[in-house]
Design a protein around this ligand. Structure first.
Ligand SMILES: [Zn+2]
Ligand SMILES: [Zn+2]
Length: 275
């Protein structure tokens, strides 16, 4: 299993998950043209998609859905509440597959688990994927991470995680009115770099090794600022998704074997990663 972010940010979000037996697209927030172009950059054709999974109805997650569904007949998975809102604008979807937040379903040989997340949309969800004993997740657009959510995410080895804003940059921003800043940083808004890091730290003990940071604010965050916050965790791989370019594939792999030895001079336990 592997994943790649086609593009991420307030201008549009889309992530590909490839199980080897088929590909899933999480959100279609780029134009249909860009979705196809960027998929092809990764060697995936629209016909390879076994499903489009929608996290929530905000434009930056569904912008390309209408035109894409006009051209390609791919089943679209959404919660009933999200679909109800979407159906007012998106009329070209041939096959809706409805689920309830918290439910699991099978799509293209991958076991998909939906998980409710706190965000200012009608019924927002994140997704967990399991295939051949490996687990991955896509969790963006959430105001905070509850301990219940963290428990659901345990056991994933790779994930796309929102790191929306740097606290200081949001506070210093002169463009956004106070009310919007409040919405962004509220418990139903978006995750800051530090909140994302704390979530990743919780999951590290249960095998999280690789993270793609996504949904970075254009004005209130920066790739270097976000990845710096994650440095202290010492994860195997941290990438930052961009609005304009695909990330390339990130493997969803077995946790690396670890060798423990004791440094004779200092008496400290030394941990060595292989692979
Ligand atoms: Zn949103
Ligand atoms: Zn969003």
């Amino acid at each position: 299993m592997r994943l790649a972010v086609l593009g991420s940010g307030s201008g549009g979000n889309a992530t590909l998950l490839d199980s080897g037996q088929g590909c899933l697209l999480v959100d279609a927030g780029l134009s249909a043209k860009q979705l196809v172009l960027r998929m092809r950059e990764l060697g995936v054709e629209p016909g390879d998609l076994t499903g489009i999974l929608v996290t929530h109805e905000h434009g930056d997650h569904v912008k390309g859905l209408e035109v894409f569904s006009r051209k390609f007949e791919v089943p679209v998975y959404a919660t009933a509440l999200t679909q109800e809102v979407l159906a007012r604008k998106v009329t070209s979807v041939k096959q809706w597959k409805l689920f309830t937040a918290g439910q699991s379903f099978e799509c293209g040989g991958v076991s998909v688990e939906s998980v409710a997340i706190p965000h200012d949309a009608v019924d927002p969800v994140g997704f967990l994927f399991e295939h051949q004993g490996l687990r991955a997740g896509v969790v963006t657009d959430l105001g905070h991470a509850s301990s219940r959510l963290i428990d659901r995410l345990r056991g994933i080895s790779a994930m796309v995680l929102e790191a929306n804003y740097c606290d200081q940059m949001l506070e210093d921003d002169e463009v956004r009115p106070w009310s919007l800043k409040q919405r962004i940083s509220s418990r139903h808004g978006h995750l800051s770099n530090h909140q994302a890091r704390d979530l990743a730290r919780e999951l590290q003990s249960s095998g999280l090794e690789r993270v793609v940071l996504g949904h970075l604010s254009k004005d209130c965050n920066h790739a270097q600022v976000a990845s710096k916050v994650f440095e202290e965790l010492g994860l195997r791989e941290v990438r930052v998704a961009s609005q304009t370019e695909v990330t390339g594939w990130m493997p969803v792999a077995e946790p690396a074997p670890v060798a423990l030895s004791v440094d004779e001079a200092t008496g400290q336990v030394v941990m060595e990663l292989f692979g």
